[in-house]
Design a protein around this ligand. Sequence first.
Ligand code: HIF
Length: 271
Amino acid sequence: MAQNYDAVRKDIVAILKKPDWDDGSLGPVLVRLAWHASGTYDSKTKTGGSNGATMRFKPESSDGANAGLEHARAFLEPIKQKHPWISYADLWTLAGVVAIEAMNGPKVPWKGGRSDVPPKVAQAQPAKVIPPNGRLPDAAQGAQHIRDVFYRMGFNDQDIVALSGAHSLGRCHTDRSGFSGPWTHTPDRFSNQYYRLLLNVDWREKKWDGPKQYVDPDDELMMLPTDMALIWDPKFKPYVELYAKDKEAFFKDFAAAFAKMLELGVTRQKL
Ligand code: HIF
């Protein structure tokens, strides 16, 4: 069948609006799916990454970091059924870029051609084709950990800060990560608000029994310890200041870094 990615894009746009889901959009959780599918990449061993769509299988599907993404995958399943020629790996990454653009974000360059690890192969040789759990970042940690994880993928400090603006989208859920609340006032809109809030709000520790997180004085917005690390670290902070005042620079740098992330480990040969 002809590979009509535009038809798939249209069908993704059509499912985004969902009044009974979080802040009314599936966009944020689809962006998180695209990134978690890709963010397992290890540049040393050249393993992990979006190719293969290995999050369909254990142990990756049950990695604590991926809690909640079963919903994102299920929302995309009817689109996979309608366009069976597209791989899950392409569908998940494409859904992320379509969602970003539909939520007022930049156009992220995207190319198809990923293939899926067949279930039989995943079953026979899980250790060979599925990345181990624990490669995705732990939000309770700080700058060193963020660097360890993103340098492993091949990113630098500026890329890390540029990518982080995606936390203008969506929210934390106590039943998934244990954290709670949105980062910005408009979690269904891609913007540089995240950086402005990081710099301008009087963040304080949330008083609760949950994991350590930071909230604004009204306890409406939140930041993770890893978000705060961007203003506490002297090498990260200048980029936060740059993107807070220059939305164009943020959109351009974000689009390039996110596109690079979706390409990590993608070889475009049948797996
Ligand atoms: Fe997130 N991220 N992220 N993230 N993330 C969460 C939610 C989203 C980290 C932790 C969390 C990136 C980096 C990091 C999105 C997009 C991106 C949650 C909440 C946590 C804990 C999950 C939940 O409870 O539902 C950490 C530690 C990161 C490294 C610093 C990326 C740059 C910002 C790479 C990225 O693109 C999105 C979108 C969400 C919102 C999901 C939702 O369901 O609303």
